[in-house]
Design a protein around this ligand. Structure first.
Ligand code: PRE
Length: 371
């Protein structure tokens, strides 16, 4: 027999005392949060009268680092980070009406990345394409944007690189998300699935699993994983490759979990804004440049980075789209343009390159596994 509330007697008394302790602490937390909110409002007023932006990634990094250093007790570190992500998100919303455009629709991985970067208290606005996200921010209809930049298995998101080349916007943040692909459907089992739809990258990530487990299914490419989930919800015999978040919001069954090809599959997203972020001491900088047409020029252009001991974390070429067979290079490196050694390396780069544009500087994302 299970004890009822009444019969639990002495044990109840024990738990009630503990709960009274929690109630007291909760009241104190709320009082402290109110005090913090009042300070954030004042900071918001100061920023408004001095033309400063509400979202300050470098300060957020400092706040989170400090909190994680303080939190060496019983409260889990991941929990601390999540709680403070939302506290800061609330502060931002008190400072100004913050609109963040992202590559939608809702429930896609970019949505998840935007939530990671800004928390749930800002207005997250889904856009149909990467260039719509850029356009919204460029027109000032959103202060920031979030788009995917590269996937650890599929490589660069070329739409994003092409937009970065021509936009006045800067990268002010980065988010890494481990990608978990799932097979979502209204059907009860794999036998009922005739068509599998998703974004081409998601289909590619799940390709070996799909070949093994659904060899007869037709694959259909659609604009996004969210759109795929919507289709799977409305059409019998359809399944989508997408996130667990999508399954939840479209009422789909998860027929198989973790169907992506590699456990190391992660996507890197960027936060766009009008300015790059301030220096934190653990930063990354992104540049785009073109080189003159002569042997060894790329080596010469990059040698200053080696000489200054600056670690290049990515280099990638794209057609310039200005003239056939001419290319631009995208490079990311550890460091911030305010550092002397970075300034020297960039000056040397300019000597070798007809075109160099600094497209962003931002706190280097923490490895989520390290928490
Ligand atoms: O310090 C600031 O500039 C604030 O606006 C406060 C705060 C915070 O809540 O800690 C909020 C938003 C910023 O992005 C950074 C930090």
């Amino acid at each position: 027999m299970y004890p009822t509330d009444q019969s639990a007697g002495a044990r109840d008394k024990g738990i009630e005392e503990l709960r009274a302790g929690i109630d007291e602490i909760d009241a104190e937390i709320v009082r402290l949060l109110d005090r913090r909110a009042r300070l954030a409002r004042k900071i918001g007023e100061f920023k408004r009268s001095n033309g400063l932006e509400a979202y300050v990634p470098s300060r957020e990094r400092a706040v989170l680092d400090r909190v994680l250093r303080l939190g060496e007790g019983d409260f889990p570190r991941r929990g601390l980070e999540a709680v403070f992500r939302e506290i800061i998100s609330s502060s931002i919303s008190l400072e100004e009406r913050m609109r963040v455009a992202y590559l939608g629709p809702e429930t896609t991985f970019t949505h998840e990345a935007a939530l990671r970067a800004f928390g749930a208290s800002v207005e997250l606005e889904p856009e149909a394409t990467v260039s719509d996200v850029f356009a919204r921010v460029e027109r000032g209809e959103a202060q920031h944007g979030v788009v995917p930049l590269e996937n650890s298995m599929e490589g660069a998101v070329t739409h994003t690189l092409d937009e970065l080349m021509n936009s006045p916007l800067k990268i002010c943040g980065e988010v890494y998300l481990p990608i978990m692909q799932n097979l979502l459907s209204r059907e009860d089992s794999l036998e009922g699935v005739r068509v599998v739809c998703s974004h081409p990258m998601a289909l590619a990530q799940a390709a070996p699993w799909l070949r093994r487990n659904l060899p007869a299914a037709r694959l259909q490419e659609v604009e996004s994983t969210g759109e795929a989930a919507r289709m799977a919800a409305s059409r019998p015999g359809f399944a989508a490759v997408g996130s667990a978040l999508a399954a939840e919001s479209y009422g789909l069954k998860v027929l198989a979990r973790g169907i992506q090809d590699s456990r190391a599959n992660a996507t890197r997203f960027i936060v766009l804004g009008r300015r790059w972020a301030g220096r934190t001491g653990r930063d990354k900088t992104s540049v785009v440049f073109s080189v003159k047409d002569r042997p060894g020029v790329l080596r010469d252009a990059l040698s200053a980075f080696a000489e200054e001991g600056i670690n290049l974390t990515r280099i990638e070429s794209r057609p310039s789209r200005k003239r056939a067979w001419t290319y631009v290079f995208f490079a990311d490196f550890q460091g911030h343009p305010e550092e002397e050694r970075v300034r020297r390396a960039l000056e040397a780069l300019e000597e070798h390159c007809p075109y160099v544009v600094l497209i962003g500087a931002y706190p280097e994302a923490r490895d989520p596994e390290a928490l």
